[in-house]
Design a binder for this molecule. Structure first.
Ligand code: 6R9
Length: 654
């Protein structure tokens, strides 16, 4: 790494940081090493308000189903709202909402609490109670955050489904959770277009398996024309406006499931990652404090959608638990033009900005083509810290972000974590860590990350291996909903004797600095624009087009903008199409995948063959498909390939 620039955080930043200087970081790590439970217990006492204090910290007796702070009770929404008001922050702005069209609405802590309580009472009035699951299928809005907080308030477990997922995906999640209610909106607005939400809920509920759903509560976003099923559907406002603006929080045990969030794995259907209340909220708050260095007068903006874990931890929970002010943005980065992010940073004087490499890369392209949407055309002097999440950030994009967005003054925190980890795992701390573009640097204090070989032995620095976490941590996944066996198999496999948490990513540590660089997934999970997609999921969506598709295999290939792109190899039930016909069928298949999973899963590239490259035993040779997808010359050994002629057909020659 000797030819790589190291960027030091400025002395000015270090001086004011919540964790200031390498010695302070090392002291925290040391404390965690010598007294692991004491370290976490101290943070949990300091950062969270407990109704009943915990007396036990970590329970490993039923590993890998670990428990944290089990006999303590608390309420997440009390911690995010009421206690800030009790501290005198009632009139402080909690959320600055900017709509797709630019209209701005603000909610103070008192207003957000009132809305949350009305929603909570509305849910209770239709019979939702502690332990029930509630689906939330809504776009970015104050109402979306309030809906999540309302569930937390009454001890219902929320499961948010990203508004870009299809009716089929929503149905699958409703069935798996056994949800009793769905909170949605009539429509969502993105990039100037009105898109359906309620209509998709209606469709999902007709697909079967959703009998558990008794109520659908609809937030009015656009006044769009929608159908209401009597006895099941009602406008949220009709129900909520008449409710009291106070609601006693339901005090739950620390292990009570706060939410389920579905994410792709290497096999089968997406898995319902179950998070706890106490441990999760602790890490949400702690990482917001240490990684984002959040202070009272910051304006924090995480651009993720609340449908993803990043939106859960760094919109709904972390910043609010600390009494921060945050932006919630409904729209897209390129509407009305690719200067939208920069304009919003300027208008709202955003001081901390957290986004994904895929957004940065697409905005670089736009800025290079048009000065008007270049960050230099905006006043971004309010920024003091930048963050990146979701996928590796390539050094060129990092440098551009650093120079043009951060004015070479703002540290960048390249935060590695996952839906399953609840919050940051490996990341620079902005007032501590010298930054190396492309590296997520060092573990968060208390996180025992390591790189090991297949047998679980530590790899020497400089040699790549498998990323694991050696000790349980408070915000870790508790189980996979309805599938504890899959939880064990996926994250605590026998190879590591059930001892280490397996992240599913490869990593390498630098020989000199010990810094971690993530080398990408080691399973069949793709990362497209920071969104996780299982190759098997897309394959099943393709073959579910039964009238056309006989067989399909999906692989990823590197893409300059989206990180990875989806490439599908398809065998049809009829003869192999070419030319315009191939294009037309590819479009049908793309739309089909969009309908089955959601537009984010549509393959960028679809190629047709009479067959797929297979070994004599009938196994699809994916490594060959990966080379074909990249348009690489095939240099691998193809001697076990049964049908070498197929490679020609599957080569991209248009
Ligand atoms: C938070 C989130 C998790 C997967 C993860 C890894 C990739 C996330 C990264 C990163 C390199 C980073 N990933 N952050 N890779 N550097 N800073 O993204 O959760 O949607 O579950 O994705 O994303 O491959 O395993 P999730």
């Amino acid at each position: 790494m000797s030819d790589i620039t190291i960027h030091q955080p400025s002395a000015e930043f270090v001086k004011q940081a919540n964790v200031s200087g390498m010695a302070a970081y090392e002291a925290l790590c040391k404390k965690a090493e010598t007294d692991y439970e004491g370290f976490w217990a101290e943070q949990a006492r300091e950062l969270l308000s407990w109704k009943t204090p915990f007396t036990k910290v970590l329970d490993e007796s039923n590993a890998p189903f670990f428990k944290w702070f089990e006999d303590g009770t608390l309420n997440a929404s009390y911690n995010c709202l009421d206690r800030n008001i009790e501290k005198g922050l009632g009139d402080k702005t909690a959320i600055i909402f900017e709509a797709d069209g630019g209209e701005v609405t603000k909610a103070t802590y008192s207003q957000l609490l009132a809305k949350t309580c009305q929603y909570a009472n509305a849910l209770k009035s239709v019979g939702v109670k502690k332990g029930d699951r509630v689906m939330i299928y809504i776009s970015m809005s104050i109402e979306g955050v309030a809906a999540m907080q309302a569930c937390a308030r009454i001890g219902a477990t929320h499961s948010v489904v990203f508004g870009g997922f299809s009716a089929q995906s929503l149905r699958d999640r409703v069935e798996d959770t056994g949800a009793v209610a769905i909170i949605t909106a009539d429509q969502q607005v993105r990039g100037g277009k009105h898109l359906p939400l309620k209509a998709i809920v209606d469709e999902a509920l007709t697909l079967g398996g959703c009998d558990s759903v008794k109520n659908v509560l609809v937030v009015n976003r656009t006044g769009g024309d929608i159908a209401m099923t009597a006895g099941r559907d009602q406008w949220m406002a009709d129900l909520a406006d008449k409710q009291a603006t106070t609601c006693e929080p339901e005090w739950v045990g620390a292990e009570h499931p706060l939410f389920l969030l579905y994410t792709s794995g290497s096999t089968g259907k997406p898995k319902g990652v179950q998070h706890s209340t106490g441990g999760y909220l602790l890490h949400a708050a702690l990482t917001t404090k240490w990684t984002f260095d959040l202070k009272d007068n910051d304006v924090f903006w995480c651009t993720a959608d609340i449908g993803w874990v990043t939106g859960h931890t760094y919109i709904t929970y972390g910043p609010l638990a600390l009494g921060g002010t945050e932006i919630v943005f409904e729209g897209v980065p390129t509407y009305p033009d690719a200067g939208r992010f920069w304009k919003m940073i300027q208008d709202h004087k955003v001081s901390i900005f957290y986004t994904a490499p895929t957004a940065i890369r697409s905005l670089i392209k736009a800025a290079e083509a048009n000065d008007a949407v270049h960050p230099k055309s905006y006043d971004l002097s309010s920024l003091r810290l930048l963050g990146s999440v979701g996928e590796p950030i390539n050094p060129a994009a990092w440098e551009w972000y650093y120079k043009h967005v951060g004015g070479s003054r703002c540290p960048i925190v390249d935060t590695f974590w996952q839906t399953e980890t609840g919050g940051h795992m490996i990341t620079p701390l902005p007032g501590v860590t010298p930054m190396v573009p492309g590296s997520c640097t060092l573990p968060f204090p208390g996180i025992q990350a390591a790189v090991v070989d297949e047998a679980g032995h530590d790899m020497p620095n400089g040699q790549g291996g498998i990323l694991v976490v050696k000790r349980p941590w408070p915000s870790m996944i508790r189980t996979i909903w309805n599938d504890p066996e899959r939880f064990i198999k996926s994250y605590y496999p026998e190879e590591f004797k059930g001892k280490y948490y397996l992240a599913g990513d490869g990593a390498i540590r630098d020989e000199k600095t010990g810094y971690f660089t993530i080398t990408g997934r080691i399973d069949d999970v793709l990362n497209v624009s920071g969104h996780r997609m299982g190759t098997m999921e897309i394959e099943s969506a393709l073959v579910s087009c039964t009238e056309l598709v006989a067989e399909a295999a999906v692989v990823g290939r590197p893409d300059d903008t989206t990180g990875e792109a989806i490439c599908a190899f398809v065998v049809l039930k009829r003869s192999r199409p070419t030319g315009d016909e191939a294009k037309a069928i590819a479009k049908i298949l793309r739309d089909h995948v969009g309908k089955e999973i959601g537009p984010i899963a549509k393959p960028k590239d679809i190629r047709f063959g009479d067959n797929l490259p297979k070994t004599r035993s009938g196994k699809i040779m994916r490594r060959l498909l990966r080379s074909l997808a990249k348009n690489e010359a095939i240099t691998q050994d193809t001697s076990t390939l049964e049908n070498p002629a197929i490679l020609d057909q599957l080569t991209d020659n248009h």
